[in-house]
Ligand binder design. Structure first.
Ligand SMILES: CC(C)(COP(=O)(O)OP(=O)(O)OC[C@H]1O[C@@H](n2cnc3c(N)ncnc32)[C@H](O)[C@@H]1OP(=O)(O)O)[C@@H](O)C(=O)NCCC(=O)NCCS
Length: 434
């Protein structure tokens, strides 16, 4: 939907945003669940916003690897925060684009006039990912619980083989292709001719820009402090993945992980497994006026797209971005900033190539002209997911607040955000400042 078709006062404003530090899985937040992380950020965001909790009417929140112990993280954000219990909520998932989805859901509800003030966001704890029992073990445990006597129980358990006792982690493979994200990104690097050096250069830039943003104090206002359990005598106050001392030489030394022999993707040029949470306050323009709020910016347009996962799994942004820009009534050249989620450097570089390719535009999109080249000076200017980390469901909200605050510092007008996601999905969001 472009702005032209919006009823007056129904444009969705992003009024505030906040995140936890993003930390490597298994480190500072290893004893916190996604719900814990989400509740921390929602509580702090509502408190810092200065808006009375009773003004909020809804919460849209997501988690990509859900816990079977908490079925509805969206509602938990209400029940574990200072928001009134009468605030309705729902949970969303669109893999790595989950908190983009939460934000566009909130924006749509605002556009429809069903909501005026919402929280949108997401949380992920890879450290707390559920581990499952194998099918034979799960079946045996159910039968044992129903068995009448000890002899029957022993008989059931005796059927189990040692391999049945191996725990099953959540699937990181794409069901259609049987390949992990890293393996799929490796294929994209090969097909698009993305060199190892180009990937390492992008990774280096991500780290140096993220480190510079922290040093300049740019991220202080959008990252809260989190006391670290179980002792709470230390505090996590910064992302712990950013490396200000990374060099191209150090990155070049790292061994490929997904294709050990011929591959180019390493721990250095991939996004790491990360814990964290991020949330936004989204409001109608009417509410902004009524409460005297100062928005960071507005949602102007968005698009989701998909391709066949057996093609280039993480190419979704190149499909979604042209549609979002059309809906916004804008061109790539109008953007003051472009923020592209960095799942892998190879995926970013592949999408940038597709943006600029006439062949891609004509053959894949049926459009006569390519979207265009992204000016490197406008791309991921304060670092991206390679350096900052990627707690799946929190990344979109992290990108929105980071980009809007930078747009404000630059007095810019428009920004394009893109996220690739599992299932060969792509998300694109156009933000505007005034
Ligand atoms: C790539 C991956 C397997 C690496 O995991 P890992 O081996 O635990 O990574 P580590 O952080 O331990 O890094 C491995 C080594 O590289 C080094 N390293 C990592 N980044 C580096 C950098 N920027 N500069 C220099 N060295 C670096 C580490 O210091 C470590 O060295 P060590 O073995 O001497 O300690 C993991 O991060 C992963 O699975 N990422 C992909 C996640 C994914 O699929 N996301 C979905 C995208 S949408």
């Amino acid at each position: 939907m472009s702005n032209g078709s919006l009823p007056p006062g129904r444009r969705a404003a992003v009024v505030a945003g906040l995140r936890t530090p993003f930390v490597k899985a298994g480190t500072d937040f290893k004893d916190l669940s996604a719900v814990d992380l989400g509740a921390l950020v929602v509580n702090e965001l509502v408190a810092r916003s200065g808006i009375a909790p009773k003004e909020f009417d809804s919460v849209v929140f997501g988690q990509v690897i859900p816990s079977p112990l908490v079925m509805l993280i969206g509602r938990e954000m209400v029940l574990r925060s200072q928001l009134p219990r009468g605030v309705q909520a729902h949970t969303v998932s669109r893999a790595c684009a989950t908190s983009i989805q939460a934000t566009t859901d909130a924006a749509d509800q605002i556009r429809l006039g069903h909501s005026d003030l919402a929280i949108a966001g997401g949380a992920e704890s890879v450290s707390d990912a559920p581990i499952f029992a194998s099918r034979p073990l799960a079946q045996a445990l159910v039968e044992v619980s129903r068995a009448k006597n000890l002899a029957d129980r022993v008989k059931i358990l005796a059927r189990l083989r040692p391999r049945d006792l191996t725990p099953v982690p959540p699937a990181l493979k794409e069901p259609t292709t049987g390949l992990t994200m890293g393996e799929s990104a490796e294929i994209m690097a090969q097909r698009n001719g993305i060199s190892r050096q180009a990937q390492d250069e992008l990774a280096l830039q991500s780290h140096l820009r993220a480190a510079a943003a922290w040093e300049a104090g740019k991220l202080d206002g959008e990252v809260m402090k989190v006391p670290i359990p179980p002792d709470y005598d230390a505090v996590s106050s910064r992302d712990n993945i950013v490396r200000r001392d990374t060099t191209l030489e150090a990155l070049a030394q790292l061994r490929p992980v997904f294709d050990r022999r011929y591959g180019t993707i390493t721990a250095g040029n991939a996004s790491p497994l990360t814990d964290g949470a991020a949330a936004l306050v989204v409001a109608s323009e009417e509410k902004v006026k009524a409460l005297g709020l100062t928005p960071l910016g507005y949602v102007r347009a968005y698009a989701y797209a998909a391709l066949d996962p057996r093609d280039q799994l993480l190419q979704g942004p190149a499909y979604a971005a042209p549609v979002a820009l059309d809906r916004a009534g804008l061109r790539l050249a109008d953007m003051d900033l472009v923020d592209m989620h960095e799942a892998f450097a190879a995926q970013v570089l592949s999408n940038l190539k597709a943006f600029a390719s006439r062949t891609f535009a004509q053959e894949k999109l049926g459009r006569p002209e390519p979207l265009g080249e992204v000016d490197p000076a406008k791309l991921n200017v304060n670092g991206g997911s390679i350096a900052l980390g990627h707690p799946f469901a929190a990344t979109g909200a992290r990108m929105i607040v980071q980009t809007l605050r930078e747009l404000g510092r630059r007095k810019g007008q428009f920004a394009l955000l893109t996220v690739c996601a599992a299932g060969a999905l792509g998300a694109a969001l156009v933000l505007e400042r005034e």
